[in-house]
Design a protein around this ligand. Structure first.
Ligand SMILES: O=C(O)Cc1cc(O)ccc1O
Ligand SMILES: [Fe+2]
Length: 463
């Protein structure tokens, strides 16, 4: 959608700094003061209003035009105006961006976590963020990390910058008010936000206690999945992705700290002004949010179970066609109508690894134990599927299952071709569900060799 004209959502209920522009991958522009964007060129000798021009590159300069992502920011002072980066004290210790024997282990067991309690002690988004699992390396620009966060206080006099990868944040409890260099985003549970590699941002918590999930990808960006035979419409529509409008503050901020995550370690640099001093910007490398209720699910209307890829919201590709570094897939409310079909997710083993979370309600494959704010991990080729209760209930209902609307549910999956290593604090967490395997132990054999032989005989005899 490169080069399209700029459109605002123009939602009169929203304050002017919370208006949004829209469109996935658009080249957008925004001015907090009319005339702040240079006309006809990016880098004039003197920019309008004496602003500094600064580019942020989300892809190499030489990336093919179709994939090239960059933005020009026109700011009061350039980002470089800060003291040297120093290792943060106290260091963080629970963030990983290069998975190896020293910081994580392998484990093919089905894993499940109960929701983690939100701490009472003051904890902001940075301190409340911890890596659960991942693979690859931010240094090598290939891989991902899955984090979760629990926090109860807004970030204070500091901004976060992730030099390792893009964050896709899935809030599960509590809104996030996020200030970015491109402007502000208000993100509620049921919405997601993508904060691309390198942008500085602050997370405020207007509701206090907050919890959620984060997928971080190294060396790739999210894109909308191809629709193939589905046609032009369906799944997530480009126009439902919302991008902020320019917002800036001009004030002295003594002791302001930039906290930079670089190779999984945190570094801090002091400056005496707010990094949110961008008066105008244009480009296609931007933070954005998306309301999952806007998703238009497509599925079987007669029989059998479509693979969950049918519910892909965003995908981060690898160089191999159809092989995702990380897919973000949702399981939203929808109609189940398939006839003579086992409707819940099938039993399976997957060459991809599946991390799942639940934003609200229940999940169709698990009658018990998978709770909002909890998580599960079924790694490469680890068998999984509906628990015993779900299987028995589905079979008991049998052919009488008419069209049925599954409601009050929003589960999601981060699915990756890379096999995750798991961090020790996640394995040792009091939230881990040691009894998870038991949800399948009760699955009985319904097979009788005698009955099968009799049936088979009848079939062969043409009955
Ligand atoms: O494992 C899961 O619950 C996710 C999932 C859902 C589905 O409908 C089909 C396959 C699949 O992996
Ligand atoms: Fe699965």
């Amino acid at each position: 959608m490169d080069g399209q004209s700029v459109s605002k959502t123009n939602d009169s209920d929203l304050p002017s700094d919370l208006q949004y522009q829209f469109g996935f991958g658009n080249h957008l522009s925004s001015e907090a003061i009319a005339g702040a964007l240079p006309r006809g060129q990016n880098n004039p000798l003197i920019c309008p209003f004496g602003l500094y021009a600064e580019q942020i590159s989300g892809t190499p300069f030489t990336a093919p035009r179709k994939q090239n992502q960059f933005s020009w920011l026109y700011r009061i002072k350039p980002s470089v105006t800060h003291e040297p980066f120093k290792p943060r004290v106290p260091s963080h210790g629970k963030l990983v961006s290069e998975f190896n024997h020293s910081n994580s282990s392998t484990n093919p067991t089905q894993l499940r976590w109960k929701p983690v309690e939100i701490p009472d002690s003051p904890t902001d988004f940075i301190d409340g963020l911890y890596t659960v699992c991942g693979a690859g390396s931010s240094f090598l620009r290939h891989g991902y990390a899955i984090h979760m966060y629990t926090a109860n206080k807004s970030m204070d006099n500091c901004a976060f910058c992730n030099a390792d990868g893009d964050f896709l944040i899935v809030p599960q409890k509590g809104r996030l008010s996020i200030t970015t260099e491109c402007g502000k985003l208000q993100v509620s549970p049921g919405e997601i936000v993508v904060l691309p590699h390198g942008f500085r941002f602050v997370v405020d918590l207007p509701d206090g206690p907050s919890r959620g999930y984060v997928a971080e990808i190294f060396g790739a960006h999210f894109q909308l999945p191809d629709l193939g035979p589905i046609g032009a419409n369906g799944l997530a529509a480009s126009r439902d992705f919302l991008v902020p409008v320019a917002w800036y503050e001009e004030c002295s901020r003594p002791g302001y700290t930039i906290v930079q995550k670089y190779g999984g370690e945190l570094f801090t640099a002091k400056q005496d002004f707010s990094p949110f001093n961008v008066v105008a910007w244009h480009g296609n490398y931007v933070p954005y949010k998306y309301d999952l209720s806007k998703f238009s699910p497509v599925n079987t209307v007669l029989k059998d179970h479509a693979d969950p890829s049918i519910n892909t919201v965003l995908t981060a590709p690898t160089d191999k066609p159809g092989v995702a570094l990380l897919d973000f897939v949702i399981f939203p409310p929808r109609w189940l109508v398939a006839e003579h079909t086992f409707r819940p997710p099938y039993y399976h083993r997957n060459c991809m690894s599946e991390f799942m979370g639940l934003i609200y309600g229940g999940y169709e494959a698990k009658a018990d134990g998978f709770l909002p704010g909890g998580a599960s991990l079924h790694s490469c080729m680890t068998p999984h599927g509906p628990d015993t209760k779900t299987f028995e209930a589905t079979v008991a209902q049998g052919k009488d299952a008419g069209p049925f609307r599954i409601t009050n549910t929003m589960a999601f999956m981060f699915e990756s071709c890379l096999m995750p290593r798991i961090c020790p604090w996640a394995l040792e967490s009091p939230s881990i569900d040691h009894d998870y395997y038991q949800c399948w132990v009760g699955l009985r054999s319904h097979f009788s060799r005698e009955e099968a032989n009799d049936e088979s005989q009848k079939i062969q005899n043409g009955h």
